[in-house]
Design a protein around this ligand. Sequence first.
Ligand code: PSU
Ligand code: MN
Length: 307
Amino acid sequence: MKSFEILKDKYMDIHPEVKEALDSGKPVVALESTIISHGMPYPKNLETAKACEEILRETGVVPATTAIINGRIKVGLTAEELEFMATSKDVIKSSRRDYAHVVANGLNGATTVATSIITARLAGIPILVTGGIGGVHRGAQETFDISRDLQELAGTDIAVVCAGCKSILDIGLTLEYLETFGVPVLGYKTDEMPAFFTQKSGHKLDYRYDSPEEMAKSIRTKWELGLEGGVLVANPIPKEDAMDEEVIEKAIAEAVEDAKKQGIHGKESTPFLLSRVLEATGGDSLESNIALVLNNTRLGAEIAKSL
Ligand code: PSU
Ligand code: MN
């Protein structure tokens, strides 16, 4: 990391508010931007991004939304930059393999969980909030489609707060993968891995925590023991915002089928499945999506304060 310290100014713009907080030890939470540029339609994407930042500020935490704009790595966005990420069609979904290309060529990139983790670590932020993390796709035995998010999480000292992963993925295989790479999955007030739109997936979690302080202690202990790598915090969607399990499962199964028929693969896969599910469920899934992101932000703020 030492070499990057020297090169930081060459590549990265840390928003003054974020820089001040990092320098003075105030809590900062990183937020991803693929959910803004590729995960939700305008204007709900912008409203949600703003609402997340607002929640953090109200609780005394500084928001640091990450992105790449004109080749500059951004940690903390201005209002104009946030609007740009929410409206521009000229933004590349950027995971690890895209990151240097986008920076080197002065392009615009939305950071996935994987590259938000990279960016947060480069800036020295130990916690990231997202909606749902990428994972092992259904049928990955054949397609090898496993999100880079998992490897990045496994290899970086960071806590990622999510509402589980959508069952566009294979949740069981995702948990197996995380186990192999030694990533603890901590359930917040739950004994089960949540399934994004719904509270339960049927997959048991080993560790349940009922307070953000205890979670922070567990995360800190891991790092103090020299057990490098991330921790996944699984925070179920509030009951009143959850979707009907049958409705959502049907929409997902159809989306997965469509993707197969149309030969959708690679980085297009997740955005395709997400937009198909959204179409099939009308606005309902979007409202659920927004609610769970805000809910994750509230929990992330509390953990950040204790970290
Ligand atoms: N899951 C969601 N909404 C999203 C994503 C995942 O419910 O917007 C985004 C996140 O940015 C995640 C990325 O990091 O998709 C994973 O993409 P892929 O499967 O191509 O790695
Ligand atoms: Mn993939």
